[in-house]
Design a protein around this ligand. Structure first.
Ligand SMILES: NC(=O)c1ccc[n+]([C@@H]2O[C@H](COP(=O)([O-])OP(=O)(O)OC[C@H]3O[C@@H](n4cnc5c(N)ncnc54)[C@H](OP(=O)(O)O)[C@@H]3O)[C@@H](O)[C@H]2O)c1
Length: 246
């Protein structure tokens, strides 16, 4: 039977790379997106999945809202049945601003998208995983969860919190054979770097020991590793080119 994965923020960037990798691995994939403009991106991903011989659906939902997350999980179960093998909590945003200049609504929004989405989706998927006595949750943190980054205090706080959540959840659900891990990517080439000019990109690359900005495929590879390694839980992998060596 084809397995099922749910990826939040599966429309583009790291999410897209992981959706397509899951397709290659033989999973049906449920994608979530939020921006109207990203519906077409999800449709493209779906066509790619179908070419690989698997299936998928996409659901517009603001992952910071519990009711919207419910829509995603209900759609998944309605289409593919009550077995959910993998959840990738990937949706995330950044404010990139001095903390003292931020409006409280800015960081409240960020905490909602980066952290509450992870709680909501895990809360909704775990009952299925407990029932089936198996499952795999992968939370996308960041090197910002392992070290400080200027103008990213709110972002770093949520990414560190994700690591705490990952460890505690892994311990709580290990008896149910549910594994919970995180990925802490370094700088990866996605829309996050849009607007950074070539000189700045060169300067950024020069700060990375391996000398280049990572590719979304690097993160998809980490995800695959975590799915396939049955003895790994409560930890993280950090594809980061050597910029952070925890
Ligand atoms: N790229 C990096 O260098 C890097 C490094 C470390 C960690 N990360 C983390 O990796 C994850 C993906 O980042 P990315 O670089 O791929 O970013 P991206 O290209 O900007 O994509 C962000 C994704 O999150 C979705 N999203 C944003 N707000 C949402 C909401 N309220 N509800 C549901 N989905 C929402 C977006 O959906 P729409 O397409 O609908 O807008 C999009 O799919 C994030 O958690 C980010 O913090 C990225």
């Amino acid at each position: 039977m084809t397995k099922l994965a749910i990826v939040t923020g599966g429309s583009r960037g790291l999410g897209r790379a992981m959706v397509l990798r899951l397709g290659e691995m033989g999973y049906n994939v449920v994608m979530n997106y939020v921006s109207d403009s990203s519906k077409a991106e999800c449709e493209k991903n779906l066509q790619e999945l179908k070419k690989m011989g698997v299936d998928g659906i996409y659901v517009q939902a603001d992952a910071s809202k519990f009711e919207d997350c419910q829509k995603v999980v209900e759609a998944a179960v309605e289409k593919f049945g009550e077995k959910i093998d993998v959840l990738v909590n990937n949706a995330g945003v950044s404010n990139n601003n001095s903390f003292h200049e931020m409006d409280p609504s800015d960081y409240e929004w960020l905490v909602g998208v980066n952290l509450f989405s992870v709680f909501h989706m895990s809360r909704l998927v775990l009952p299925y995983m407990v029932e089936q006595n198996s499952g795999n949750i992968i939370n996308i943190s960041s090197i910002g969860g392992l070290m400080g980054v200027v103008n990213q205090a709110d972002y770093c706080a949520t990414k560190s919190a994700i690591l705490g959540f990952t460890r505690a959840l892994a311990l709580e659900y290990a008896p149910n054979k549910i594994r919970v891990n995180a990925i802490c990517p370094g700088m990866i080439d996605t829309d996050i770097l849009k607007g950074v000019n070539q000189d700045e990109l060169n300067a950024l690359s020069a700060t990375i020991p391996l000398g280049y900005i990572g590719d979304p495929e690097d993160v998809a590879g980490s995800m695959q590793y975590l799915i396939e390694n049955n003895y790994t839980t409560g930890t993280y992998v950090t594809p980061n080119g050597g910029i952070c060596m925890p």
